[in-house]
Design a binder for this molecule. Structure first.
Ligand SMILES: *Cc1c(COP(=O)(O)O)cnc(C)c1O
Length: 219
């Protein structure tokens, strides 16, 4: 069933969009099943769970940290994480840089933006992001690479609201690209879209969708 779900979703996604299979709470056997069919990008929101899975699964998997990340947990994923989607403070970015340096790596990250109507504790607004990117601290970070933005739309059936929020994130991406990364071709990712809204997200310019329950079933 999982494999059929994956294939169905792949058919609706352009080949230029990265499909991150969100496997949080799901057993190793579920991940292995789609790994065997060629899936290489997996998303998890808990550091301990992701690390346990990384330890036993093949090492060519690209692990995406998509959930809120506490600074004291960064060291556990620094040796292997492929992309951290949830950077929402300078303090967290500083810690990622520090741990990446220890591992002699450059860790790729996305800045998470707060775009939904709902109360959420996580995510930057545009002014906070500008302040972070203009700071002197940021300029000293040699072991991180910001390659784009991430956001979550409101949980609503009103597609006009969801479309508006995804457009808003795309606009933020464009402004940040123009102001801070004009000559950096690696700043190109817009991580938006989940099971319920990834088609709308792609319509609005998503380059990376994070799909869990539509592949693995409900949690
Ligand atoms: C769980 C989660 C997803 C996937 O959600 P589904 O609705 O199961 O597709 C995507 N992004 C984040 C940040 C998540 O926590």
């Amino acid at each position: 069933m999982i494999l059929e779900n994956l294939e169905k979703i792949q058919k609706t996604i352009p080949s230029t969009v990265c499909l991150v299979a969100v496997s949080k709470t799901k057993p190793i056997s579920d991940l292995q099943e789609i790994y065997d069919a060629g899936q290489r990008h997996f998303g998890e929101n808990k550091v301990q769970e992701m690390t346990e899975k990384w330890e036993v699964l093949p090492k060519d998997i690209h692990w995406h940290q998509i959930g809120h990340l506490q600074t004291n947990k960064v060291k556990f994923i620094a040796p292997y994480v492929h992309l951290i989607h949830s950077v929402d403070s300078l303090k967290l970015l500083a810690e990622i840089n520090k741990q990446a340096e220890k591992c002699q790596r450059v860790i790729k990250v996305l800045l998470q933006f707060y775009i939904a109507k709902e109360e959420s504790k996580y995510g930057l607004d545009y002014d906070e992001a500008k302040e972070l990117l203009a700071s002197n601290d940021f300029k000293t970070f040699k072991n991180i690479q910001i390659i784009g933005v991430m956001g979550m739309a409101s949980f609503t059936d009103d597609t006009s609201i969801v479309r508006k929020e995804f457009s808003q994130l795309k606009t933020i991406f464009t402004h940040i690209k123009t102001d801070f990364f004009p000559n950096d071709s690696s700043f190109k990712e817009v991580s938006m879209g989940m099971s319920g809204d990834y088609e709308l997200a792609i319509e609005k310019g998503s380059t990376m969708v994070r799909v869990g329950s539509s592949i693995f079933g409900g949690r």
